[in-house]
Design a binder for this molecule. Sequence first.
Ligand code: GLU
Length: 468
Amino acid sequence: MSVRVRFAPSPTGALHLGGARTALFNWVYARIRGGKFILRIEDTDKTRSTKEAVSAIFDGLRWLGLDWDEGPGEDGTYGPYYQTKRLELYKKYAEQLLAEGSAYYCICPPEELEKKRKEAAKNKLPPKYDNSCRKLTPEEAKGKNAVVRFKLPEGVKAIVYDLLRDKVEFEADLLDDFVIMKSDGFPTYNFACVVDDHLMEISHVIRGDDHLSNTPRQILLCQSLGWKLPKFAHIPMILGEDGSRLSKRHGATSAIEYEKKGYLPEAMFNYLARLGWGYRDQEIFSREELVKKFTIKGISKNPAKFDLDKLNWLNGQYIRKALPERIIDLCLPYLEDAYDTHDFDYVSKVVRLFIDRIVVIPDIVALSKCFFTDDYDIDSAAVEKHLKTEIAPKILGELKGRLEKTEPFTKENIEPVFKTLASELGLKLGQIIHPCRVALTGTAASPPMYDVVEVLGKNKVLNRLKKQ
Ligand code: GLU
């Protein structure tokens, strides 16, 4: 069977992490099966859909490298992948259902329906439509702002065969004659979705399990229209660390916000892939590897918890794997902004020193402060321990005298200065390096000392040693 999967966002905001993960699972499944990944914009909610949200979804997908084989043009051209451009098709199939007696017009005023819903809720009954328009003829409905309702077949069982959870049976009782076309000629989500999944020949519907309750309606519609059902896989939700559904409360929830926060797309891609899916206990997956190892069965049946520490860890791993030049380019604007520096050569050397310590790109600003300003933070405990000793001033004074004469001021020449001084004073190398590190950087932890000395440069080094 040729695999055709789709990601069908409603453009009402940025690409949410849950949506991004759904898109990713669909994308990878298409790739692994040599199929097609289709992007469909479900923009029939006129009040909530915006052009900006469509661009934001494109941005998020593009950032994560989730390219689509069929879908709207990224230049804003419509094409047949926006539901609002497909209204004629929904109308055609609604008319077919009406003609076959599988659907009917309903003219119940919304206020009356609302009143009935409230009453049902008061009596603890399901808020079901009472089918009162079933007997209405099309002529009686004409000009009366009618909606079209699906006529629930008698005695049916709504069973969803889900690839993740086997069989999910729905109480037919919970269903009612639901609306498929609104009075303004727009389809409802369930109807448009069924028509499009059929016309786009979707083989697998992989989506969040918040849609599981829609699936029986979609199955019944599909069967009434005589169409073959796609296979379904409903993926468990993403929860925040406190176990409630991931929301703004838990921090950034849109994929693209993570780009702005200094995450690499490959780290986010890997993180989302592992969020609710696994292959043994492997954590790091390249895109290519994922395309070899992904299976729908590997998706967990339980909700996944968003774990920022793990994302941070992965980001660090990918920063170390990346070409240093790329990390330098990403750090540059932050450093320019923070320190008004435009010396690319110097910035490159500084960033290289910290690549092992950056978790998210903006970290570079705080990490490298002492390289760009003399007003850097001083760790008073480190000062107390390493500089306020009897011998520290003598050591640093000697070191300064010797470094002053070191030329060229390179790591290769700097290293022997430290070593010779240690042996001449009968000290361990650490007894020279520790006070020097605190004197030059204000902290007891920094990148390797000789690199720091070289990159800081003679002027800064001598000035800082002189101050001690
Ligand atoms: N437009 C729906 C959403 O954004 C799509 C659901 C589906 O994949 O069928 O949630």
